[in-house]
Design a protein around this ligand. Structure first.
Ligand code: ATP
Ligand code: MG
Length: 571
C-alpha cells in the first residue's frame, strides 16, 4: 500500500495523557486515538495488527477443533439474572435499558449466552465435547480504565467455551486450549508463562493466566515463581512458608500508651522502639453491607483478593476517614481490635502466632502494647489474608525460594465446573439415558491487550519494533525523494516485486523531508526498511536495514526483494 492512501496520523510529541511507553508509541505512531476513557479508535495500522493477531488466534483455535461463531453484544438481563451474575459481576457490568424500560447489558463475557444456546441445542452425549469461540468487542465498566488498550472499557477479546460430559473430558478440552495459547503467544513473538490464578468474577474451580513478563509499569500483575520447581502463581493467590518470628513465652499485662501523631506503622514502631513484626495493623473494610476489621502483622501487606474470596463479597472497599471515625471514635491510624464492636474481625494466620503486640487503642494518639488474641479481644475468623513475599519458601516443593516478576495478563483459562450449566440447566442424556450436567470451561485472549503487550515488550527510543508475525507491513520502501524520477521508478519496481511475492510492503510516497520519513518509518516499527537514496542508486544499490538492528547494508537493487524474503523468513 501507499502511505498517502493510508491514514497514519503520526505525532511529533508524546501525548501527555499516556504513561506507558507502549501507549505513547501507539498514539504517536498513528495506531490509535482516544474517543473517551478506555474507548479507542483502532486506526488502519492498528486494525492490520489486530487482524493478524486474530488470524493467528483463529488458526490455533481451529487446529484444536474449536468452532468459530459470533454471539450478540446486546444481551437481555434475564440470562445474567439466571446465572446470578446480574448482581455478582458488580459495577463492571455495562447495564442499559431499552425504550420499553427493559434491562439489557453490553456483554463483557459470554458464559450466559453460550450456555443458553447449548442448553437449547445439546441433548445427547453424542453432541459432546464441543468448544465454541468468537472474536468480539467486549464492554466492561472498569473502575480505572488506563494504559491505552491494556485496560479499556471496550476491547477485543477471543472468548472460547468448552462443553464436556465429565471432568475427564473437560481436562482434555482444557489442555487443548492451554496448548493453543502457548502456540498463539509464541506465534505473536511473545514468550508467555502460565500461572495459577484466582477464579474471580468467572467463578468455577480452577484458573490459569497466561502472562507476558515485562518489568515495566505495564506489568500490572505481580507473579511469584519458585526457583526450584514449577510453582508459578499470581500474587493474588500465592501462598508461602514464612520464617517464624520468635515470641515471648508469657503474656504481659496490656497497657494503653501515648503515641502522639504516630498513626503509620513506621511512626508507631519508631516511637515505641518495637519492630513492625510486633505490631498488628487493623484495616477497616466495607464488604457489601458489612464492616470488617482485617488484622495483619505490621510488616505485611493485606491481600484483598484473599479477603474478598473468604467473605464471598461482591464489593470490598477500604473505609474512608469518616467511617473509620464512626467505627473507632478515632482518626485513621489508631484503630485496633480491643473493644471494637459492630465489625467482624478477620485475623491473618500469622497474627495467631504473635504474643504481646502493639495495636491501635481506638483513641486519638494512643496505642495498646502487649495485646494478646483471645485474652484481650475476640477474633471471628482466622484466614490467610497476607501477600506472600519474595524470598519466602515455596509452598509446593518446600525447598525453593520465591522470586517475583511482573506480567501482563494476555489470556486465561477457567475450569467452570457446573457453575453455569448447573444454574442454567444445561444438561444432556448419557449412554444410559441418565440426565447429566455439562462440565464447562471458559478461555479468553485479550486481542487488543496482546497487541499493546508486544509494543511494551519490543520498542526502542525511536519507536515500535513489531515481531514480523503481527507487524502491519513486512517492509517499508523509503525513496528519500519521491519526486525524483529515478528514485520513484526504483521504488515502484521494488513495490511491484514485493506484490508478486508474499511480502506486504508499504511504499512511503510522501513528499516529505527525508529525515521526517525515516523517523516515521522507525516510529511505526515495520520490520524491514529498503531505503532508496540518490547517491547509492546511481551505483544500483539500495540501503537494507532491519528495524531491530542498527546495521545498514548496501545491497544490489536487483537482490533487494530476494534478500528481504530471506531475512523475513528468519524473523
Ligand atoms: P484483569 O485481571 O486484567 O482485569 P480479567 O481477569 O478481568 O483481566 P477476563 O475476564 O478473563 O480478564 O478476560 C480475558 C482476557 O481479556 C484477559 O486475559 C485480558 O487479556 C483481556 N482483558 C480483560 N479485561 C480487559 C480490559 N479491560 N481491557 C483490555 N483487555 C482486557
Ligand atoms: Mg478484570
Amino acid at each position: 500500500m501507499r502511505w498517502t492512501q493510508l491514514f497514519i496520523p503520526t505525532l511529533r510529541e508524546d501525548p501527555a495523557e499516556a504513561e506507558l511507553v507502549s501507549h505513547k508509541l501507539l498514539m504517536r505512531a498513528g495506531y490509535i486515538r482516544k474517543v473517551a476513557a478506555g474507548v479507542y479508535n483502532y486506526l488502519p495500522l492498528m486494525l492490520m495488527v489486530l487482524n493478524k493477531i486474530s488470524q493467528i488466534v483463529r488458526e490455533e483455535m481451529n487446529r484444536q477443533g474449536a468452532i468459530e461463531m459470533l454471539m450478540p453484544v446486546l444481551v437481555p438481563a434475564e440470562l445474567w439474572q439466571e446465572s446470578g451474575r446480574w448482581q455478582s459481576f458488580g459495577k463492571e457490568l455495562m447495564k442499559m435499558k431499552d425504550r420499553h424500560e427493559h434491562d439489557l447489558i453490553l456483554g463483557g463475557t459470554h458464559e450466559e449466552v453460550v450456555t443458553d444456546i447449548v442448553r437449547k441445542t445439546v441433548k445427547s452425549y453424542r453432541q459432546l465435547p464441543l468448544i465454541l469461540y468468537q472474536i468480539q468487542n467486549k464492554f466492561r465498566d472498569e473502575i480505572r480504565p488506563r494504559f491505552g488498550l491494556m485496560r479499556g472499557r471496550e476491547f477485543i477479546m477471543k472468548d472460547a467455551y468448552s462443553f464436556d460430559r465429565d471432568e475427564a473430558g473437560h481436562k482434555i478440552s482444557y489442555q487443548k486450549m492451554v496448548d493453543a495459547y502457548y502456540q498463539i503467544f509464541k506465534r505473536c513473538g511473545l514468550d508467555s508463562i502460565k500461572v495459577e490464578s484466582d477464579t474471580g468474577a468467572m467463578g468455577g474451580r480452577m484458573a490459569h493466566e497466561f502472562m507476558v513478563i515485562v518489568d515495566t509499569d505495564g506489568g500490572e500483575d505481580v507473579l511469584l515463581l519458585c526457583d526450584k520447581c514449577d510453582y508459578a502463581t499470581n500474587l493474588e493467590m500465592a501462598t508461602s512458608i514464612a520464617e517464624e518470628i520468635p515470641q515471648d513465652s508469657h503474656e504481659k499485662p496490656m497497657e494503653v500508651v501515648d503515641t502522639p501523631n504516630a498513626g503509620t506503622v513506621e511512626e508507631v514502631t519508631a516511637y515505641l522502639g518495637v519492630k513492625p513484626t510486633h505490631l498488628v495493623k487493623t484495616l477497616l473494610y466495607k464488604a457489601d453491607n458489612d464492616y470488617i476489621a482485617a488484622l495483619i502483622r505490621g510488616d505485611r501487606e493485606l491481600n484483598e483478593t484473599k479477603l474478598k474470596n473468604y467473605l464471598h463479597a461482591i464489593t470490598l472497599d477500604i473505609c474512608d476517614g469518616v467511617t473509620v471515625a464512626q467505627l473507632t471514635n478515632a482518626p485513621v491510624g489508631f484503630a485496633g481490635p480491643v473493644g471494637l464492636s459492630g465489625v467482624k474481625v478477620v485475623a491473618d494466620t500469622e497474627v495467631m502466632k504473635m504474643k504481646n503486640f502493639v495495636v491501635g487503642a481506638n483513641q486519638r494518639d494512643k496505642h495498646i502494647v502487649n495485646a494478646n488474641v483471645h485474652r484481650d479481644f475476640h477474633v471471628d475468623a482466622v484466614v490467610d489474608i497476607r501477600n506472600a513475599a519474595e524470598g519466602e519458601t515455596c509452598p509446593a516443593c518446600n525447598k525453593g525460594r520465591l522470586y517475583s516478576r511482573r506480567g501482563i495478563e494476555v489470556g486465561n483459562t477457567f475450569n467452570l465446573g457446573t457453575k453455569y450449566s448447573g444454574s442454567m440447566n444445561a444438561g444432556y442424556l448419557d449412554e444410559n439415558g441418565q440426565e447429566k450436567t455439562i462440565i464447562m470451561g471458559s478461555y479468553g485472549v485479550g486481542i487488543t491487550r496482546t497487541a499493546q503487550a508486544a509494543v511494551e515488550k519490543f520498542n526502542d527510543d525511536k519507536g515500535i519494533i513489531w515481531p514480523r508475525s503481527i507487524a502491519p507491513f513486512d517492509v517499508i520502501i523509503e525513496p528519500l525523494n519521491f519526486e525524483d524520477k529515478a528514485q520513484q521508478e526504483a521504488a515502484l519496481e521494488l513495490y511491484d516485486k514485493c506484490a508478486k511475492t508474499n511480502i506486504k510492503a508499504l511504499l512511503d510516497d510522501r513528499n516529505e523531508r527525508a529525515g521526517v520519513k525515516l523517523n516515521d518509518a522507525d516510529l511505526i516499527g515495520v520490520p524491514l526498511r529498503l531505503t532508496i537514496g540518490a547517491k547509492s542508486l546511481k551505483e544500483g544499490k539500495i540501503e537494507f536495514k532491519a528495524r531491530s538492528s542498527p546495521e545498514v547494508h548496501l545491497i544490489d537493487q536487483t537482490q533487494a526483494v530476494w534478500t528481504a524474503e530471506e531475512v523475513l523468513a528468519k524473523l
